[in-house]
Write a protein that binds this ligand. Structure first.
Ligand SMILES: NC(=O)c1ccc[n+]([C@@H]2O[C@H](COP(=O)([O-])OP(=O)(O)OC[C@H]3O[C@@H](n4cnc5c(N)ncnc54)[C@H](O)[C@@H]3O)[C@@H](O)[C@H]2O)c1
Length: 313
């Protein structure tokens, strides 16, 4: 049994991770300020004596009077509509948050996993993306606060490892989907499913030829826990995701088929700096951690559709 701090624990990944960690009798400390989530996700834990919620903003120093063993740093809005709402705040969450969390980990002498992202590769001109690829990121575009914030955070985490020997792990997470995503947070999977269920139009940016690789949340949660629990000083960065690649148009037609929806597809303007291709090379993580995603896109989408149907009823 471990004492585990999860920042951003009320969000999509955090809620799924907490559910899994509580099964193994760990004690969970969840920090969140509901910037891109609501209390609803974590209501399910409120009667669990091993779950503690701390309303806190990670841009301020972290104070917890318990000896923490592990930290998962998930605090950061992940969907463009949330992270672009206040780009300066997104940058502060990434950068000041990284300093505060690293300082807290240093004091606690505990392991610290950073939820980094495929977005650190920007609009990649190398395909698929390996960890050795340095990316193609615009410093001045609408996505820069997130992409550059996450890149800076990786550097801060790595420098705390080099300087203070803090036990750091970096997961570069590729598009992940599943239950506990917000209905209206603008991510492609939740958007398509929610609109298909409501028989509303499905909007594709550009021609829909841009590709993404979609990982079901249960596969990601297993990978994050494996990465956290392996005993070695510096772990990463590791790409974590599902390398099966689909274009956005294909995703829309699979969602329409699985929901049996009559929604029509509409095409709108391509967003600035939207990556044209994205697919992880996961060989480094697979080899070192004996992990590969098991849940197919159809199976994962069916579970996610069931969740959104229940939310709407
Ligand atoms: N879901 C994905 O596909 C994906 C892909 C790559 C990386 N990630 C990373 O994983 C992490 C979790 O993503 P998610 O999909 O669960 O996003 P999410 O928006 O659902 O969850 C993020 C949580 O962090 C909280 N938060 C934001 N700013 C905060 C602050 N300053 N202080 C305290 N809490 C704050 C939000 O309220 C929310 O509960 C993020 O860091 C994200 O960048 C996610």
């Amino acid at each position: 049994m471990k004492k585990i701090l999860i920042t951003g624990g009320a969000g999509f990944i955090g809620t799924n991770l907490i559910k899994e960690l509580l099964k193994n009798k760990n004690e969970i400390f969840c920090i969140d300020n509901f910037y891109s989530s609501s209390k609803k996700n974590i209501e399910q834990f409120k009667n669990n004596k091993k779950f503690h919620f701390i309303h806190h903003d990670v841009i301020n120093p972290i104070k917890i009077n318990n000896k923490i063993d592990q930290i998962y740093n998930l605090a950061c809005p992940a969907s463009p509509i949330h992270y672009q709402r206040d780009p300066i705040y997104t940058m502060k969450t990434n950068v000041l948050g990284a300093f505060n969390i690293c300082d807290f980990a240093k004091k606690n002498n505990c392991s610290l996993l950073q939820a980094s992202t495929s977005e650190i590769y920007g609009d990649p001109d190398v395909h698929p993306q390996k960890e050795s690829y340095n990316g193609n990121v615009n410093t001045l575009g609408p996505r820069s606060c997130y992409d550059e914030g996450k890149r800076s955070a990786e550097t801060i985490f790595y420098d705390y490892y080099k300087t203070f020997k803090v036990n750091i792990k970096i997961a570069r997470i590729f598009n992940t989907y599943g239950p506990f995503m917000q209905q209206n947070d603008g991510r492609v999977v939740s958007n398509f499913i929610v609109n298909a269920l409501k028989q509303k139009k499905i909007i594709i940016n550009g021609q829909g030829r841009q590709t993404r690789s979609f990982c079901y949340i249960d596969d990601l949660v297993i990978a994050l826990i494996k990465l956290m629990n392996k005993n070695s000083k510096f772990n990463g960065p590791f790409n974590i995701g599902n390398p099966e690649e689909y274009n956005v148009r294909q995703l829309a037609s699979i969602v329409l088929k699985l929901t049996k929806s009559k929604s029509k597809i509409h095409y709108s303007k391509m967003q600035l700096n939207d990556p044209k291709k994205r697919k992880p090379d996961i060989s480094k993580f697979s080899k070192n951690y004996k992990w590969k995603p098991k849940i197919s896109l159809d199976d994962g989408l069916l579970k996610t559709i069931k969740y959104f149907k229940e939310m709407q009823s």
